[in-house]
Design a protein around this ligand. Structure first.
Ligand code: KDG
Length: 335
């Protein structure tokens, strides 16, 4: 009898101990806005993140993704996060420099030489430092996902050297550093929101745009372009941003699950995008675009001439921020 009582008490205690843990998760519908389309690897990342959230929250935390700018552009969505009317957005950091000038550090031309360097910087102390600046503006960055190395496409001519940029009407993100980088190359740079790029290319309102191959593929820019040049002139990250006012109203368990699962999603997204990069290029080639690469000399020349952009924007980004990233890169490169 005593044994039975003890066993029953033990079971009751175990159930009682488990119950509050699950109760820390409430049913949440988390809207995630995206400018890119669902077949972009961000779609794979969100799937992996959801599977992780299902497991941790017993199905209570649900992501609902909106694609192709259905909830508005990056800036509009980000403002909705700050005022607490939307939960999340996956956005390039570049359109947010008006809000957080130091984010411009990621737009500096030729900052990263490869994805390994970018990962080390974003996932390390430097990434954390930038996350603090985002928090001050009402934005919680759950993780850095990959947008990628950017390349130039256009409808006018093969671009093989510095002089070929001359006069090309290139859409750039709404960001002064990109504007200056392309003006400095001699192009006629035009800032424009992502959602307007396809039709502006289609109607020849602009000649050119620059994005990673995977975006040129999944957003179908290749359908309205004739030439592409592998410039790798910048690496832009995606930020998985969450509304700080909403995040702060969640339980600690929900917050931890979101942070941990965004990292699971990040790893999947980075894996898929890196596999897809070459396949997207093949698809673009197969669609009939002429693909050009810059010679090593020309690449070095363009890089060299672009360094003026660092000097011009250092004060506005914050000299401490620019120096910190360059010091970090030196360490990573073993210099
Ligand atoms: O919403 C989509 C954008 O965040 C992303 O693709 C941004 O690289 C970008 C661009 O060119 O606007």
């Amino acid at each position: 009898m005593r044994k039975l009582l003890l066993t029953t008490t033990a079971i009751a205690f175990a159930v009682g101990a488990a119950a509050p843990a699950m109760a820390e998760f409430n049913s949440r519908n988390i809207r995630v806005s995206n400018g890119i389309n669902q077949d972009h690897p961000v779609g794979n990342g969100i799937k992996a993140m959801q599977a992780c959230l299902d497991e941790k929250s017993g199905g209570k935390l649900k992501l609902t993704a909106f694609w192709g700018g259905a909830l508005g552009g990056d800036l509009q969505a980000t403002q909705a996060l700050r005022s607490g009317v939307q939960e999340a957005v996956v956005t390039s950091s570049s359109p947010l420099v008006g809000l957080i000038p130091s984010l411009g550090v990621f737009d500096l031309p030729f900052l990263f030489s490869n994805a390994k360097e970018a990962d080390a910087v974003m996932d390390g102390a430097f990434g954390d430092m930038m996350n603090k600046k985002l928090e001050e503006q009402g934005l919680v960055n759950l993780a850095y996902w990959e947008n990628g190395f950017r390349n130039l496409s256009n409808s006018k001519r093969a671009v093989n050297k510095w002089e070929d940029f001359s006069g090309l009407k290139v859409r750039v993100m709404q960001n002064n550093i990109f504007l200056d980088t392309f003006q400095n190359l001699g192009a006629n740079a035009t800032p424009m929101a992502f959602g307007e790029v396809f039709s502006a290319l289609e109607t020849n309102a602009i000649d050119a745009q620059e994005n990673p191959y995977v975006t040129i593929d999944t957003s179908k820019f290749y359908e309205v372009q004739k030439y592409i040049t592998e410039t790798n002139h910048a690496y832009t990250p995606f930020l998985f941003l969450f509304s700080k006012p909403i995040f702060d109203s969640y339980t600690p368990e929900e917050q931890t699950a979101l942070r941990e699962c965004a990292v699971v999603g990040r790893d999947e997204e980075r894996k898929v995008i890196r596999e897809l990069n070459q396949k997207s290029l093949e698809k673009i080639k197969a669609a009939g675009l002429e693909v050009n690469t810059l010679s090593a000399d020309e690449q070095a020349r363009i890089r060299e001439k672009s360094m003026i952009v660092y000097e011009k924007h250092k004060a506005e980004i914050g000299a401490d921020v620019v120096d910190a990233v360059l010091a970090d890169l030196k360490k990573i490169r073993g210099q």
